[in-house]
Write a protein that binds this ligand. Structure first.
Ligand code: ZN
Length: 128
């Protein structure tokens, strides 16, 4: 059981909170870094809205994906979070093939159509 300080990361609900222990350790580190960045830069608590989403073919099902709430962030804060994550968690094509990716889905409609505005992050899928 990893202790997640509630000022660094908040969860949408108890279910999502309970899923944190099931996702990949690499994704847990990604989430904690994102939360720490937002808290220590802006005093904002980042909210995780989705971890193990119940949908086929989703990185979420496998514990490799996370969604962060964005309606409570200013545009500048959202931009900074995306920039920070892309900078600190790059997508390496060469060994050791650490592939992180960040999708800015704050503009509603850019997602699969079933989710609201959010920022999506994930770590290599099916490669461990
Ligand atoms: Zn997502």
């Amino acid at each position: 059981m990893i202790m997640v300080p509630d000022y660094i990361i908040a969860f949408k609900d108890k279910q999502t909170e309970s899923e944190f222990d099931q996702v990949k350790p690499r994704l847990q580190a990604f989430i904690l870094a994102a939360g720490a960045f937002m808290y220590f830069t802006y005093g904002v608590t980042l909210v995780v809205t989705d971890l193990m989403r119940d949908a086929e073919k989703s990185t979420h099902v496998h514990g490799y994906g996370v969604d962060f709430r964005t309606y409570n962030l200013t545009e500048k804060q959202g931009d900074a979070l995306v920039d920070f994550l892309k900078w600190q968690f790059p997508y390496y094509l060469k060994p050791p093939h650490l592939k992180y990716s960040v999708r800015d889905e704050r503009k509603v409609g850019t997602s699969e159509g079933r989710t609201g505005a959010h920022i999506h992050g994930q770590v290599n899928w099916r490669e461990e």
